[in-house]
Ligand binder design. Structure first.
Ligand code: ADP
Ligand code: ASP
Ligand code: MG
Length: 439
């Protein structure tokens, strides 16, 4: 059994949905995870924002725009009158439901419930199409098995137990379909796995069921060796080690959600990145294999803030770093990069929601300097310290770029540079030119 996940652009129009249906009906017994149609979750975020700001009129305008868009898809997707009517009624009930949030107190649960409707709609639309085509498909409600524990992390034993029970009670379907992204929290309220989290849903399902493979189908032929939105002429990477893929996803390669590699790696389930627009392309295989001596890819993470704490008292003061880290830890703010010297420490963070309080407390440790709008550029591959040459080649490529911090040796797979966000494009281009010259 395989888990196949299709992202927003892959189900972004009736035509694309039909293409996806061709792909998922080629084998029997697989589990298919779908995102919302592209743009929908952004619209739902906007709707929720209007409701939260006490402006139901603004929300209702966007709901009606969305309603018109979706209603227009019915005729393109379904052939028969009764199915068209059934889906018109379904969409009508969905959008009428969204309007009802005008008259409730709009709290976090209401917001998450609004955000969940994109995946609920897309999976119902595809299910109805498949059934009209005579495919025996079971739509499994992700809210019945995808649960978070008290700490906000997926409750994998619960997910496994529930999903296995559902599958056992429903054997012999051609395929099983479910929603990505959506979940329930430990209290049973609707929640989600964060934006882009459908990849995580697929990985969790593949991991708990020990699937043969987790396939992430998107709009590009695999992980490229640099960000294709920024650098021209990037190429797909055929194979990545789990750790290399995790570093790239964490450091900004948008094709994969940062959390998605962990469950697959832990359970040894390979992940394959494939292109819905070009299904024959080999894509990228992510597994335990490690290719020595190869630099695989470059990624960049935006909106980073760096904080330098300088203190003459740090000299020989044991416990200084603990005090600094505890301040970040107490505010639940995770640190991406760290560099130290005898008189100071520099750190980088991407969550600045507690920055002002953190800086206030850090002032008890030393003089604090903050740089905003920074960017982490990360090069991934075989960067074991015993190798020679790669660090100098990578650093030399950045000779025209002012570098604020360098981090190397934290893993065998990564070297990271903190630079100004404004220099990102030049840095990524220079690295591609140096590391992946045209053959
Ligand atoms: P989906 O909606 O299918 O989840 P995403 O938009 O989340 O798709 O991810 C696919 C996009 O990721 C690509 O269209 C591409 O622009 C972007 N991307 C960023 N970095 C990379 C990379 N290194 N390799 C491939 N795609 C990348
Ligand atoms: N629909 C959600 C989002 O846009 C989840 C996903 O697509 O992975 O963030
Ligand atoms: Mg995505």
């Amino acid at each position: 059994m395989k888990v196949m996940k299709f992202g927003g652009t892959s189900v972004g129009s009736p035509q694309r949905m039909k293409e996806v249906c061709k792909l998922i009906t080629q084998e029997r017994g697989n589990i298919v995870v779908l995102s919302a149609m592209s743009g929908t979750t952004n619209s739902l975020v906007e709707i929720a924002d209007y409701f939260r700001k006490g402006n139901p009129e603004g929300a209702n305008i966007i709901i009606n725009q969305l309603r018109n868009k979706y209603t227009g898809h019915i005729i393109d997707l379904y052939a028969s009158g009764p199915v068209r009517q059934k889906m018109a009624d379904f969409l009508d009930s969905e959008f009428t439901y969204l309007h009802t949030f005008s008259s409730v107190e709009f709290d976090d649960i209401a917001e998450k419930t609004v955000l969940a409707q994109g995946e609920i709609i897309s999976t119902n639309m595809v299910t109805a199409y498949l059934r009209e085509q005579g495919v025996k498909v079971l739509l499994i409600n992700a809210l019945d098995f995808m649960r978070l524990s008290e700490n906000g992390e997926p409750d994998q034993p619960f997910i496994k137990k529930q999903l296995e029970a559902i599958l056992e009670e429903n054997p012999n379907y051609d395929l099983y379909l479910t929603q990505g992204f959506i979940a329930r929290n430990a209290k049973g309220d609707i929640d989600n796995l964060q934006r882009g989290g459908s990849d995580y849903t697929a990985s969790l399902i593949g991991a708990v069921l020990r699937a043969e493979e987790i396939q992430i189908w998107t709009d590009i032929d695999g992980m490229h060796n640099n960000d294709p939105r920024v650098v021209e002429g990037t190429k797909p990477v055929r194979q990545l080690n789990f750790e290399e893929a995790a570093e790239l996803a964490y450091f900004g390669a948008k094709i994969l959600h940062p959390t998605c590699i962990q469950p697959a790696r832990y359970n040894g389930v390979p992940v394959r990145l494939l292109n819905t627009m070009n299904p024959a392309a080999p894509g990228t295989l992510i597994n335990n294999e490690f290719v020595p001596g190869a630099i695989k890819a470059i990624a960049a993470k935006d909106n980073i803030t760096s904080i330098k704490i300088v203190s003459s008292r740090m000299l020989l003061a044991s416990g200084f770093l603990k005090r600094v880290f505890d301040i970040f830890g107490n505010y639940g703010t995770s640190i991406d990069m760290v560099t130290t010297s005898e008189v100071g420490v520099s750190l980088s963070i991407d969550d600045t929601s507690h920055l002002a309080s953190i800086v206030e407390e850090l002032k008890t440790c030393g003089t604090v300097l903050v740089d905003e709008d920074m960017c982490i550029v990360c090069v991934v591959g075989d960067l074991r310290w015993g190798n020679v040459g790669f660090e100098s080649q990578i650093t030399a490529a950045l000779h025209d770029v002012p570098v604020r911090m360098i981090s190397f040796g934290g893993s065998d797979h990564n070297i990271s540079f903190l630079i100004r966000g404004a220099d990102k494009k030049a840095a990524l281009q220079a690295l591609s030119a140096a590391l992946f010259p045209e053959e």
